[in-house]
Ligand binder design. Structure first.
Ligand code: NAD
Ligand code: MG
Length: 396
């Protein structure tokens, strides 16, 4: 069994082939003296996973799509790589929780990330959380697992990372003296589009984010501001605050990544170029600092910075999240599941952009409000909501 060299952190990246995964490897690649890879995981992109294994020599590569595993094995064999290939969800959970692992980057997209992320949370790792959907779905169960295992939970979502830093690097939950949190969002690529034209938006238009390069699901969520709504729920859990402690502000330039206002009137903000390597490097090195590869801000060339209130008529998905944030867990599970189904169908050009909130609202109307304290109940509610979402689409 390979062990990390003296003084190095042993890292697992869940979702290594995605946007956050690639950025994480970029940062790690700058610090070979500090980090070594235990496992890299992917859904089906075996070609990129093979390249990553050759460069970063992890002990394990986990591929969810079993059919692609022989191709990955062949490619690694040809390249003389010693990385062992595993498949299936159980292996995803075990590389996320293995005793040798120090750090886990949770960067799978959507509810598929829930079980491995939760495994890692329950195993007391240093957990870098990008997969916001897992926290939205399992809120109290997740935070209890973190508490029980003494897990160091570091938010990687840029806004939450900014809030964490603005709380003077305080552990989430230690929000004493805080008057409110200002959660900023760019408004996405459709901010200036007439509301009547939103039904005609194409997947490529919705994914053309002005400031961030991200996976397609989160890009659509940014266009609908569902992303900001999920982030509102995420922030409530991470920082032990209520939805009305959080003000959402449109900041189209994405320079201020969020702020904390204290009772004395001080406002502390975290700023930086919009590049995920900044929060990733912060999480990896915390409580220290390492170079992320991102240049500093050139303030004299920045131009204007604007801050505006949100028009909820333009962003009905955000309005739904603001209601759900107050409700029992089943509502957040249904909202997340219905959104995932709706976004996939929008990306496949099967429903218009404006059907996304209609579908979610319909599924929420059929969802009873109840808490969910076990993984089994969460997964059952998730499946039920996906089923309802599919029924809605079929009937449309
Ligand atoms: P992405 O689509 O680029 O990558 C997703 C990764 O998850 C890939 O490695 C893919 O192989 C893996 N994956 C997908 N389906 C899977 C499944 N069923 N089982 C196992 N693995 C699976 O996504 P992304 O943009 O990197 O986002 C990842 C997560 O990070 C999301 O939860 C997103 O909300 C969050 N996040 C992303 C950004 C960003 O800049 N991209 C910023 C903040 C938060
Ligand atoms: Mg974010």
């Amino acid at each position: 069994m390979k062990m990390p060299s003296e003084g190095k952190q042993y890292v697992t990246i869940l979702g290594a082939t995605g946007s956050v995964g690639i950025n994480t490897l970029d940062v790690i690649g700058r610090h070979p003296d500090q980090y070594e890879l235990y496992a890299l995981t992917a859904n089906s992109n075996w070609e990129l996973l093979a390249d990553q294994c050759c460069t970063f020599t992890p002990e394990f590569a986990v591929l969810i799509n079993k059919e692609c595993a022989p191709q990955l094995e062949d490619r690694l064999l040809q390249a003389g790589s010693k990385t062992k290939v595993l498949t299936g969800k159980d292996n995803l959970c075990s590389v996320a929780a293995h005793e040798d692992v120090d750090v886990v980057m949770a960067a799978i997209v959507g509810g598929a990330g829930l079980e491995p992320t939760l495994s890692s949370a329950g195993a007391g790792k240093k957990l870098l959380l990008a997969n916001k959907e897992s926290l939205v779905m399992s809120g109290s169960l997740f935070m209890q697992a973190v508490e029980r295992a003494g897990t160091t939970l570091l938010p990687i979502d840029s806004e939450h990372n900014a809030i964490f830093q603005s709380l003077a690097n305080g552990a989430p939950g230690h929000a004493d003296g805080v008057r409110k949190i200002l959660l900023t969002g760019s408004g996405g690529p459709l901010l200036g589009k007439p509301i009547e034209a939103l039904s005609e938006v194409t997947p490529d238009e919705a994914c053309a984010h002005p400031n961030w390069k991200m996976g397609r699901k989160i890009s659509v969520d940014s266009a609908s501001m569902m992303n900001k709504g999920l982030e509102l729920i995420e922030a409530c859990w991470l920082f032990s605050v209520k939805p009305n402690d959080i003000e959402i502000v449109i900041h189209p330039q994405s320079i201020v990544h969020s702020m904390v206002e204290y009772v004395d009137g001080s406002v502390v903000a975290q700023m930086g170029n919009p590049d995920m390597r900044i929060p990733i490097a912060h999480g990896l090195a915390w409580p220290g600092r390492i170079d992320s590869g991102v240049k500093g801000l050139e303030f004299t060339g920045l131009g204007d910075m604007n801050f505006e209130p949100v028009n909820l008529e333009r962003y009905p998905c955000l309005a739904l999240c603001q209601e759900v944030a107050w409700q029992p867990q089943s509502a957040a599970i249904a909202l997340n599941a219905a959104n995932e189904v709706a976004v996939q169908h929008f990306l496949d050009e099967l429903i218009p952009f404006t059907d996304i909130p209609i579908l979610i609202e319909n599924v929420l109307e059929q969802t009873s409000r109840e808490e969910a304290h076990t993984i089994e109940s969460i997964l059952a509610l998730d499946e039920e909501a996906r089923h309802r979402a599919m029924e809605f689409i079929r009937a449309r």
